[in-house]
Design a protein around this ligand. Structure first.
Ligand code: SAH
Length: 514
């Protein structure tokens, strides 16, 4: 074997970064790992490296799935993977090799690097949170504890029981080490527990088995060395799972923080637009829910920019520019900048917005609203403008193609001349197959609706397939949305008293607490 440091690594060639993706929760990757992912030109990733990290890889990058699922269905052999890394690096690429957990803990990371070293290719390694510590942590088990154990071992449970001489010193680890964590051990579980007992470990030693640790679908089961194999069989726990053996497992009774979050184990469908879903998703996830984003509305530019373009050329003629939504602001400015203009062309008219959130977004563009009504509705905005006097004023209202007419109507009744220009439109996303499948498989506990159009679009997109909604709970944000849902034949389970996202989440918590 050639030592890596013996040779001068060619500078002009590519480089391979071997990165630990962490155990499953994508946010458990290291900052360094994430920075490098964003620079990848080629990404080679494994089954256990969470696909949720792929969105950070540049669009132009080549993605290669290396497979590796518990021995079966390897997409590529180890030799092929090694060769791919060599080839892409030699082609001068920045290659990220992404592995689940930590690349050097039962990840064959060492073998891949030996191959690179042989070819004189530059590489770096970024460690990751290994699934053993994550599984223990997320199952509420401190892997060491002064009162229980001073040592811990990571052991492969993959060794063939039929092998004549074992690489594992069962007699020594059985009693010589406090906490034992077995990777890849589910198939061999009874072999493992029997061996430990045979070599002197107390059969009453507590054990926790954790599947898909740190993810929303984590499941854990507990038992003792003498019972756990039965429990795992009965509960149908399949790989990937970790086996944690030791007295520390008792601490789970007090520390099981992850699984005790109020919405843990609940899968909630969010039907808002992707742009608007984030607050709801974050609040639900904070409580432990697993959110499925199935937007029923998507935003798109208007069919034509011409009406806006015309007005952009004569903004000076307007006394008021009015924004009734964040989306209107964003699309308006996108077009303004596309036309090579900037905020200076808005120097003429006064700017009114519907509420404090729209005012905040306007500020992002360097503009302070001249008017924010006390009541954040179209009616409230109209009243405030009328109070300031709109007779004879020209008002420009860039907004959604279809919207409520109340604001322009009131303004016109009071003598204003209102020009409405569409700057975006709501369209129905084409593909709803993912959501339909999840519903059909019974994987969704609750669906949330935050406007009447989310209800109508959702039901239209499901089509006649209403049976998939059997047993799915329904949460609506307010009375109008609820009415639409009820009219369409849905039964409402959750309905907050105030019509805000935080109140909706509170009501969902109340619902499940009952
Ligand atoms: N390099 C990885 C381990 C790869 S070996 C690491 O450091 O974590 C594959 C084994 O890891 C699986 O069989 C399983 O035992 C364990 N594993 C990986 N991710 C896991 C997860 N999220 N939950 C439970 N076990 C996991």
């Amino acid at each position: 074997m050639t030592a890596y440091s013996d040779k001068k690594v060619a500078r002009s060639r590519g480089k391979v970064y071997l990165i630990g993706a962490g155990p499953g929760d994508p946010t458990l990757i290291t900052v360094k790992g994430l920075e490098l992912l964003k620079r990848a030109e080629v990404l080679v990733y494994d089954y256990l490296a969470t696909p949720k990290l792929l969105k950070f890889v540049p669009k132009e990058a080549e993605l290669i799935y290396a497979g590796k699922k518990g021995g079966q269905c390897h997409a590529h052999t180890q030799e092929e993977i090694n060769q791919m890394l060599v080839d892409h690096a030699c082609a001068g690429k920045i290659v990220v090799r992404l592995k689940g957990g930590d690349p050097f803990i039962f990840g064959r990371g060492g073998e891949e690097l030996e191959e690179l070293a042989r070819h004189n290719i530059a590489f770096e390694v970024v460690p990751g949170v290994t699934s053993a510590t994550a599984a223990a942590t997320y199952a509420g088990v401190p892997i060491t504890h002064r009162e229980y154990t001073a040592s811990v071992a990571f052991i492969t449970g993959h060794e063939d029981p039929a092998k004549e001489t074992s690489n594992i010193a069962w007699d020594k680890i059985a009693t010589g080490i406090g906490t034992l964590v077995f990777y890849m051990g589910i198939k061999n579980l009874s072999f493992i527990t029997e061996n430990l007992i045979k070599h002197g470990r107390d059969p009453e030693t507590p054990v926790v088995v954790v599947r898909w640790a740190s993810t929303p679908i984590q499941r854990s089961v507990v038992g003792t060395l003498s019972t756990i194999a039965e429990v795992v069989k009965k509960e149908k726990i399949t790989p990937p799972a970790l086996i944690v053996v030791g007295e520390v497992v008792k601490l789970r009774d007090t520390i099981n923080w992850f699984e005790k979050r109020p919405l843990f184990g609940k899968r909630i469908l969010v039907t808002r637009t992707r742009e608007q879903a984030s607050e709801l998703v974050r609040l639900l996830e904070d409580q432990g829910a697993d959110c499925v984003e199935g937007a029923t509305i998507a935003l798109a530019p208007p069919d034509s920019w011409e009406p806006l373009d015309v007005e952009l050329n004569r903004l000076g003629e307007y006394q008021w520019l009015v924004f009734t939504s964040i989306n209107a602001i964003r699309f308006f400015f996108t077009r303004l900048f596309e036309r090579g203009l900037d905020c200076r062309s808005l120097a003429g008219p006064k700017i009114a917005v519907v509420g404090t959130s729209t005012a905040e977004v306007l500020k992002e563009y360097g503009l302070v609203a001249d008017l924010v009504p006390e009541e954040f509705t179209g009616e409230g905005l109209a009243a405030s403008m009328v109070a300031q006097g709109v007779r004879g004023c020209k008002v420009l209202l860039p907004r959604a193609k279809k919207a409520r007419e109340i604001l322009p109507e009131i303004l016109e009744e009071n003598g204003a001349e209102v020009e409405i220009v569409p700057v975006y439109q709501n369209v129905r996303p084409k593909d709803y197959e993912m959501v339909r499948k999840e519903l059909a498989a019974g994987n969704i506990d609750m669906v949330t609706f935050t406007s009447s159009s989310t209800v109508t679009n959702f039901l239209d997109m499901l089509g006649s397939d209403r049976e998939v909604l059997a047993g799915v709970k329904v949460a609506t944000i307010g009375p109008i949305t609820a009415k639409t849902a009820q009219k369409a034949g849905l039964t409402i389970d959750v309905q907050p008293k105030t019509y805000t996202i935080p109140a909706l989440v509170e009501s969902i918590l109340d619902f499940y607490e009952k």
